[in-house]
Ligand binder design. Structure first.
Ligand code: PMP
Length: 355
């Protein structure tokens, strides 16, 4: 640390992203929940023209893309804000709706960026443990003051909260914001986006990084009442007005024009997930019920950290979290059928090698 670093940030513990090894082609990458499928070819063709206008700044409102997303969900364009990945809309929500008085409320086991956003913004937090079986009960949040952040499906568990329960939470206190992070909703989850028509205190965050095969393009968005979106725009225009580059914006429109490709890939991922779960259960693994493009797995025969290391020796990357409550577990992204077969074979070998 330099002697110039502001006291505001010097005690930050930054978010640690999953490994992106330089020699990526040597690995089967099941550690950052990316899609194993390339982006839509139609979208690539649609976006190619946008490179010709790169001498100009991008449209700070990303109007075409915003309108395309708005019409997909049947909301006004003033109810949508597009961002540089959904990480950015989440950060904007922490900036806009939490502070040293109004805390951020979120689970102990959830997306690891939430506590980092909170501390970056100097916000108070209240951590609300998941139940023993890793379920989230909205009753644990009702009656508490503060802005709620729920990943639904949750990461790294993959487990979901029914939309009826989300609605009960949103309704229980119209004077606080509930942020629902739906990064993984397209793999069998149920979106709460309809609730934006009924309540002005819910913000839905989604991404192009998972189901839409566009993690490298960095595109996410929030949907909520015009007032919430206006607040988030104030934050955006005070940090980075040109947050979406023109190529990404065009790709986003192209991807949404090819929804069939996205849906087909999601179906394949869900099939591969069922196949992998069945095979792991035959090997004695416990697998939490997942509606995401990853599964959270543990075996009575091998500790989570060791399983992660042994898989890495076999050139397979999964994610292990250095957190006591989930130390026995690893999160495994769902890839192609072939990748999952290789992963399962490696797992069998690892278990056989154990004394
Ligand atoms: N929410 C959750 C729960 C995630 O796991 C991730 C991916 N790391 C994100 C949001 C952010 O993804 P992105 O910024 O790529 O949209």
């Amino acid at each position: 640390m330099s002697r110039f670093f502001s006291d505001k940030y010097s005690s930050l513990t930054p978010y640690v992203p999953g490994e992106q090894p330089g020699n990526m082609s040597e690995f089967i990458k099941l550690n950052t929940n990316e899609s194993p499928f390339p982006p839509s070819q139609k979208a690539i063709e649609y976006a190619l023209n946008s490179t010709r206008a790169l001498n100009l700044y991008s449209d700070p409102d990303s109007l075409e893309l915003t309108k395309t997303i708005a019409s997909l969900y049947g909301v006004g364009k003033d109810m949508v804000l597009v961002t540089n990945g959904s990480d950015e809309i989440l950060n904007f929500a922490f900036m806009a709706f939490t502070d040293s008085i109004n805390p951020a409320l979120f689970a102990d086991i959830t997306y690891g960026f939430y506590p980092v956003f909170a501390s970056l913004n100097g916000s108070k937090t209240e951590i609300i443990p998941l139940r023993d079986d890793f379920t989230l009960s909205v009753d644990d949040y009702i009656g508490k003051k503060g802005t709620v952040f729920i990943a639904n499906p949750n990461a790294p568990t993959g487990m979901t909260v029914p939309v009826s329960e989300i609605e009960r939470l949103v309704k229980s206190d119209p004077d606080r914001v509930v942020v629902i992070d739906e990064a993984y909703v397209d793999f069998g989850g149920e979106s709460a986006v309809e609730l934006v028509h009924k309540y002005d205190n819910i913000l839905i965050c989604q991404t192009f990084s998972k189901s839409r095969s566009f993690a490298g393009g960095r595109l996410g968005y929030g949907i909520g009442s015009p007032q919430l979106i206006s607040d988030l725009n104030t934050v955006k225009y005070s940090t980075n007005p040109y947050n979406i580059n023109s190529m990404t914006s065009s790709m986003g429109i192209g991807i949404l024009k090819d929804e069939e490709y996205t849906r087909k890939n999601c179906r394949t991922i869900m099939e591969n997930r069922s196949f992998t779960v069945k095979e792991l259960e035959k090997l004695g693994f416990r697998v939490l019920p997942s509606n995401a493009n990853f599964i959270f797995v543990s075996s009575p025969e091998i500790e989570g950290g060791e399983y992660y290391r042994k898989l890495k020796e076999k050139k397979i990357l999964v994610r292990h979290f250095d957190k006591e409550r989930i130390a026995p577990w690893c999160r495994v992204s769902i890839g192609t059928r072939e990748q999952m077969e290789i992963y399962l074979e490696a797992t069998k070998e690892i278990l056989e090698e154990k004394p």
